[in-house]
Structure formats: structure tokens, C-alpha cells
Write a protein that binds this ligand. Structure first.
Ligand code: TEU
Ligand code: CA
Length: 562
């Protein structure tokens, strides 16, 4: 049974099944592998598992290109394996949330194949448009508008059979569904209802703010020298988004059954999040914002245009979202996922000296904000980026397509590899480190992506055995959230907003106040006594070091009850 608002005091653990644990030696993670690790996850104390997609898929985008929403891809196992995982999770009081990818399907979905016939009942299930006036289909400049795909090239692909172009915001094997068509919406809702009947406790909704688009599909504004324009303004946050989300909620019974819903919303704002997560509107419980994971890129130039991030910029963005959703709605809290580089490498310091402390302190700061925390597989171990040195090591089509397109445009390979090393999604997709054996205990076969050599000291076996590990710090943070209502509900106030080393804030619920004091730098930091409440009168609830004075070691953090 699910109580109302249960998801507000829950911690969600995201699994990328392909890289979690391989149970049959084919080098690819699978569902039985996950089931075999439920006790490890129960020890960590997490409340919810979010599975990245395990549905039938040609794996063009590693499962975010779905060819059958109601079956499990044989690479990951079977529907029976999934039923066993759901049962095993529920036995341990862990809920299971599926990844809902309904802005687009795979081009190998029968829906799309039928839609290629203009006379079929599904002709209008996707975004089909004729070649631009005066142009021959499939020729240069004939695309219906100037949008770029997120994965390089045009967002339009010419289909010889239909004699028209179809829209694909992502890869050409991920055609966008036409949500203006009520038949599409009804088919999605029916599928969702069947997953809920199967025991699923909610959905993470992939790019869900793209399902309502500006129906006129207007040209975008091209960056100088760029052949195509970003489509974000016209494909995100369209005029019918709230209508569709409310309809989905009603038709599937999302609020009625207290299901967890989190909408991934590239380009969303606090204003939009206040509307979408306002419980009175029965749309979604929470959203994933992209603002904080866009701060270390040059404005408007995208993730590959690297920019050093100053701490005050990061602190103030999270504080704005805390303030923005303080009186209505709810935050998700994340630094890591399968699309982002590893937090300890990006926001912390993954050098041997500071990796453990910075992984712990980033977790302390994130988990003590108000909202539902998301732990990405390996984040609880302080796993690092992969530091690939050649394009051949990359598997992600986003990386490969971008590298090829930029190389053809004359960019320097070393520059491209520097951006890929910092921001490539494969950073988060190397196999989970279970132990220090050959492939980190991930597989007995050849892994689809090599395990990082640092698995010899960064792995679950070592972490569980070491009381001072990142793993046990996450476990203590999760236990604190379960025990302390101030952590769940206390109002957030940021202190010392301009300090470039210290991240200091309070959480207040009635007379109870928690203080978080974190040195988010690789140098010692000194706190001015006048800047904080009297620490001597406070109770230390959880610290990363032995210190208790006004000096903080590099990456030291403390949580006090005042
Ligand atoms: O990601 C949406 C999305 O916008 C990301 O692709 C992000 O913009 C990009 O990765 C930045 O590098 C979701 C899924 O999380 C992602 O894995 C899929 O590739 C994408 O949608 C298409 O389904
Ligand atoms: Ca396998």
C-alpha cells in the first residue's frame, strides 16, 4: 500500500540495467543481476528503484528507443524476471518505478512501421511533413524546418516509402509520437495502466515536457556557422502540456493510487515546476530540472562548451529552486544520472586525496536540501569519470555523432576529446564496481564497456566492509532522512551565499533547526564565528571528519542539530 506523499521522505536509487550486473555472461547487465543485489540495496536503505528502460529495443539509444512497451528485451531478460524483481523489491519494502519514454518510440515499433503507410489508421501517429515547397524529398534543404536533432544532424528524416519527412528530436531511430492525436494518448495511457496493474509504483517520464509542441513547428534561430537550429523553444513546454499531464494523471490514476511520478524536463523553469508539481493540479509529483547541470557550460552553447563552475553559482541555483518550491510543489534532488558525468569528478575532487571526502560532502549537501534525493548507481561508491582518451572507446551515439559532425566542421580532435572526457554520457555508463576482480565483478564475459581500472580500490565489497566508506555515509544520510522530519520538511535557508569554499545552510521545522556546514573545496576553510550559530551548543548528527571547531578540512562537512 502507498500512503499519500510517501515519496516525500523516500530516497530513489537509479539503475542503468545495462551496466549494473550481468548474470548470464553476455557482458550486458540484466534484470536477474539486479534481483541478486536487492539485499545490497536494502542495506543502503533506499526506498525506490528507478529502472532505466528494459523494454524491447534495437538499442540505438540503449533502450530509450522502444519497439514494444509491453515486453522486456531478451538482452535484459523476460517479463517473468521483471515480475520476480518487482516481487523481490516489494518483499524488502522497496518500490519500483519504470522509465516511461513516450515522447518518441523506436522506428522499429509496429506503430511507426504502420504509420509509414499514409492510408493506415496510424498515419497520423507521428509528425509527418512534406518536403519544403519547391524541394525534392531527400535533397539538401528539403527538410520541413531548420531544427537540429539533439544527436546531431537534422531533426527530420526523409522516408522514401511515405514520400514525407518524420520528426525525430533525438536519433533518426527515435521518431516523435504525435500527442495531438487522442488515439496516441489513449494507447499510452492503456499501456501505463497495464504496468500499474503489474505492480509498478510509478514512472520517471523521459523528456515529458516535449510531448506538447508548437503545432506550427516554426523554424528556430541558428547559431552563427551552424547548419541547423536548436528546437528546444518550440518542442519544449508547448501549449497543451498541462492538459496532457492532467489527462494522463486522471486516465491512469496516478494521484488516485499514490504513484511516484517525476518528469524529466529539459529547459524547464521554476515557474513551470511550480505549476506541474502543484498537488492541487494532479499532474506530477516532481520534475528533474536541468538548470544546475547546465551551469558549467558556456551559455547557449550546450554541454560541450566547457565553463569552470564557481561554488556561489551552484549554491544559488539550488537555493532558488528551494525557495521557488517552498510553498507549493516539490523538488527532486540529483547531481548524477546516466546522462551526466560522475558528480565526484564534476562537482567534487576525484584525486586520491579528496575523492572519498568530496563524494561524502556532495552527498551531505544534496541530501540535506528539501526534496526527494536520487542516488545514481555507483554514486554511493564515489565512482569517477572514465577519462577515455580516444573516440573508439565511446559507445554513446550522442558522443560519436557529435565528434564526427565537429571533426567534419574542422574542429580539433584534442578539443573534442577534452569535452567528451568532461561531459560524455559514457562516463556514467561504465560497469558498476562490485569487487576488485577482473571486470569489477560485473560480468564473467567481455563487458560492453570496460570497467574503470580504479575498481581495484573503488568497489562495493570494499565499501561495505569499511565503516568510513562513501557507501556507509550514504546509508547514514538515508537513515537520517527516515528518522528526522526536519530533513524532509524543514524550510531551507542559505547562509554565506557568496563564500567560494563554504556551503552553509539551515533547515527549520518549528523550533528544530539543522545546520549544514560544508567545505566544498580542496583547501582548508575557516568559518567566522559570527557567521554561524554557536557550534559548541550544537549537537553533531553526522560528520565526515573528527573536527568540531571553526576550521574545516578540505571537503569536510558536518550536520548539526541546534
Ligand atoms: O534525456 C533527455 C535529454 O535531453 C538528454 O539527452 C540530455 O539533453 C542530453 O543527454 C545531454 O547530454 C532523455 C534520456 O535521459 C536520455 O538518456 C535519452 O537519450 C533521451 O532522453 C532520449 O530518450
Ligand atoms: Ca547479461
Amino acid at each position: 500500500a502507498r500512503s499519500a506523499d510517501w515519496w516525500k521522505s523516500a530516497v530513489v536509487y537509479q539503475i542503468y540495467p545495462r551496466s549494473f550486473l550481468d548474470s548470464n555472461g553476455d557482458g550486458i547487465g540484466d534484470i536477474p543481476g539486479i534481483t541478486s543485489k536487492l539485499d545490497y540495496l536494502a542495506d543502503l536503505g533506499i526506498d525506490v528503484l528507478w529502472l532505466s528502460p528494459v523494454y524491447s529495443s534495437p538499442m540505438d539509444d540503449n533502450g530509450y528507443d522502444i519497439s514494444n512497451y509491453e515486453d522486456v528485451d531478451p538482452l535484459f531478460g523476460s517479463l517473468t524476471d521483471l515480475d520476480d524483481l518487482i516481487a523481490g523489491a516489494h518483499e524488502r519494502g522497496i518500490k519500483l518505478v519504470m522509465d516511461l519514454v513516450v515522447n518518441h518510440t523506436s522506428d522499429e515499433h509496429t506503430w511507426f512501421q504502420e504509420s509509414r503507410d499514409p492510408a493506415s489508421p496510424k498515419a497520423d501517429w507521428y509528425w509527418w511533413r512534406p518536403p519544403r515547397e519547391g524541394f525534392e524529398g531527400g535533397t539538401e534543404g528539403a527538410e520541413p524546418n531548420n531544427w537540429a536533432s539533439v544527436f546531431s544532424g537534422s531533426a527530420w528524416q526523409y522516408d522514401e516509402r511515405r514520400g514525407e519527412y518524420f520528426l525525430h528530436v533525438f536519433s533518426k531511430k527515435q521518431p516523435d509520437l504525435n500527442w495531438e492525436n487522442p488515439e496516441v494518448r489513449d494507447a499510452v495511457y492503456a499501456m501505463m495502466r497495464r504496468w500499474v496493474e503489474r505492480g509498478v509504483d510509478g514512472f520517471r517520464m523521459d523528456v515529458i515536457n516535449l510531448i506538447s509542441k508548437d503545432p506550427s513547428l516554426p523554424d528556430g534561430t541558428r547559431q552563427p556557422g551552424k547548419k541547423y537550429a536548436s528546437s528546444e523553444g518550440a518542442v519544449a513546454n508547448g501549449p497543451r502540456l498541462h492538459e496532457f499531464l492532467a489527462e494522463m494523471n486522471r486516465e491512469v490514476g496516478l494521484s488516485a493510487q499514490n504513484l511516484l511520478t517525476v518528469g524529466e524536463m529539459p529547459g524547464s523553469t521554476i515557474e513551470l515546476a511550480r505549476e506541474v508539481t502543484d498537488p492541487a493540479r494532479d499532474e506530477l509529483n516532481m520534475v528533474f530540472t536541468f538548470e544546475h547541470v547546465g551551469l558549467d557550460e558556456q551559455t547557449g552553447l550546450g554541454k560541450w562548451a566547457l565553463l569552470d563552475l564557481e561554488l556561489p553559482v551552484l549554491k544559488s541555483n539550488l537555493a532558488e529552486w528551494q525557495r521557488g518550491l517552498a510553498d507549493v510543489g516539490w523538488n527532486s534532488l540529483y547531481l548524477d544520472n546516466h546522462d551526466q558525468p560522475r558528480a565526484v569528478s564534476r562537482f567534487g575532487d576525484d584525486s586520491p586525496e579528496h575523492r572519498v571526502s568530496s563524494a561524502k560532502t556532495l552527498a551531505t549537501v544534496l541530501h540535506l536540501h528539501r526534496g526527494t534525493p536520487y542516488v545514481y548507481q555507483g554514486e554511493e561508491l564515489g565512482m569517477t569519470n572514465s577519462y577515455f582518451t580516444s573516440i573508439e572507446q565511446y559507445q554513446d551515439l550522442e558522443a560519436i555523432n557529435w565528434y564526427r559532425e565537429e571533426l567534419e566542421a574542422g574542429r580539433d580532435s584534442a578539443d573534442l576529446l577534452r569535452s567528451l572526457a568532461a561531459k560524455g554520457r559514457d562516463n556514467a555508463r561504465t560497469p558498476m564496481h562490485w569487487d576488485d576482480s577482473e571486470h569489477a565483478g560485473f560480468t564473467t564475459g567481455e563487458p560492453w564497456l570496460p570497467a574503470h581500472p580504479n575498481k581495484d580500490h573503488i568497489n562495493a565489497a570494499a565499501a561495505v566492509a569499511d565503516e568510513d566508506s562513501v557507501f556507509h555515509h550514504f546509508r547514514r544520510l538515508i537513515a537520517l532522512r527516515h528518522a528526522d522530519p526536519v530533513v524532509v520538511d524543514g524550510t531551507f535557508d542559505l547562509l554565506l551565499p557568496e563564500d567560494e569554499q563554504l556551503w552553509v545552510f539551515t533547515r527549520t521545522l518549528g523550533d528544530d533547526v539543522r545546520l549544514v556546514l560544508a567545505n566544498c573545496s580542496s583547501e582548508p576553510a575557516k568559518v567566522e564565528a559570527s557567521d554561524v550559530p554557536d557550534l559548541a551548543a550544537a549537537t553533531l548528527l553526522l560528520g565526515t571528519h573528527e573536527g568540531d571547531g571553526l576550521e574545516l578540512a578540505p571537503w569536510e562537512s558536518r550536520i548539526y542539530a541546534l
